[in-house]
Design a protein around this ligand. Structure first.
Ligand code: FES
Ligand code: FE2
Length: 380
């Protein structure tokens, strides 16, 4: 799990007048909307005596702790301590971390890290979002699997034949060989292009296709550690472009928001069918992913036996190594140990300017000297 990336906390429509408690990266956060409706995210633990802010109330532009009523504003600064009365002086340490928030694509994204704005790796853009020739649907799910394992699965062209009934022949063809991949590197990830052959799908009005009936051009890529995109070109004109934004709840459980863009069958009545198809495909992956051992990808590649079709998985891991070399990977064992006695949160941008914080920050894996050199220029 990594700090310094954008993670969706929830769907916009889920955050109303009451605050919400959300668990991300194995830690707790509070989301609320101010009087103007803008969403904010704070560290969830009240610095007084550990109340859960996300279970409190919204009062004007502040969130109020349910335990003794301390109020914190959008910057995490305490504005009211009822026990000391109206004229009491609020101590400078009465503050919690506040994280940058961006609301787009129907999601509330939170930047869980301390990088200044100009250095933050951006959210993957959905190019089709504002194009009325495309229609969007969103569906989400969560299950017990490590996020990196799940991303690797999406970057693996050889599982389709066996795991997805609509993407292959389920191992029934003795002459099967994984299709050739064309791999392309981008600044924050890698993607591949393949042509998949599968039993003809029920494509409704598209019946009448001939030779290309069972061929589908597919692209799959990642962007940062937690964002995925696919392009499925069912025919030359009928395209599905899918974006998955993932958030580790903790190391072994992950939540996914799957945004499906389609340029055909634009009737809203088709939406539920599209969502159901996306759920079925994910459920096929979940059967596999929840049973993988070790739960996290092995630390050493000699504990696996990789084939050329695993190349994109290796490239994803090399990106993760670069971000680890930036000092952004959470030391999960140290975090769990610390959480036995302390409330722990992600460092927010304000920590670069201000001292004097009550909450401890999450332990990060210190890059080795070799890694620091390799990371030159990667940060941001
Ligand atoms: S613990 Fe939050 S006000 Fe006391
Ligand atoms: Fe899959």
């Amino acid at each position: 799990m990594f700090i310094n990336f954008w993670y969706p906390a929830m769907q916009s429509e889920e955050l109303g007048a009451a605050p919400s408690h959300v668990r991300m990266l194995g830690m707790d956060f509070a989301l609320f909307r101010d009087a103007a409706g803008r969403a904010h995210c704070l560290a969830n633990t009240c610095v007084h005596r550990g109340g859960s802010l996300g279970h409190g109330k919204v009062k004007g532009d502040c969130i109020e702790c349910p335990y003794h009523g301390w109020r914190f504003d959008q910057d995490g600064v305490c504005r009211r301590i009822p026990s000391i009365g109206r004229d009491g002086k609020i101590p400078a340490r009465a503050k919690v971390d506040s994280y940058p928030v961006e609301e787009k694509y129907g999601l509330i994204f939170v930047f869980l890290g301390d990088l200044p704005e100009a250095e933050r790796p951006p959210i993957r853009e959905i190019l089709e979002w504002d194009d009325d020739k495309w229609r969007a649907t969103i569906v989400s799910w969560e299950f017990d699997a490590n996020m990196e394992r799940a991303v690797e699965n999406s970057l693996d062209p050889s599982h389709n034949e066996f795991v997805h009934a609509t993407h292959g022949f389920q191992g029934e063809r003795e002459d099967y060989k994984v299709p050739d991949m064309e791999i392309t590197r981008e600044e924050l990830g890698v993607y591949f292009r393949i042509v998949l052959y599968s039993p003809a799908l029920d494509r409704g009005e598209l019946k009448g296709m001939k030779d290309e009936e069972s061929a589908m051009e597919a692209f799959s890529g990642h962007h940062g550690p937690n964002q995925l995109w696919n392009r499925l070109h069912l025919t030359a004109e009928n395209w599905l472009h899918q974006y998955q934004f993932c958030t580790p709840i903790d190391e072994n459980r992950t939540r996914f928001w799957h945004i499906n863009m389609r340029n055909s069958w634009l009737d809203p009545k088709v939406d539920e069918g599209v969502n159901e198809r996306n759920r079925v495909t994910s459920a096929e992956d979940q059967v596999i992913l929840t049973k993988l051992r070790p739960v996290v990808p092995p630390a050493h590649t000699n504990e696996e036996l990789l084939m050329p079709s695993d190349e994109t998985v290796l490239l994803y891991r090399s990106f993760l190594s670069q971000w680890e070399a930036c000092g952004w990977r959470i030391d999960v064992d140290a975090m769990k140990e610390l959480q036995k006695t302390s409330a722990v949160t992600v460092p927010s941008p304000a920590r670069r300017e201000q001292k004097n914080w009550v909450l401890k920050t999450v332990p990060l894996i210190a890059p080795s000297p070799d890694q620091s050199q390799a990371a030159g220029g990667v940060a941001g």
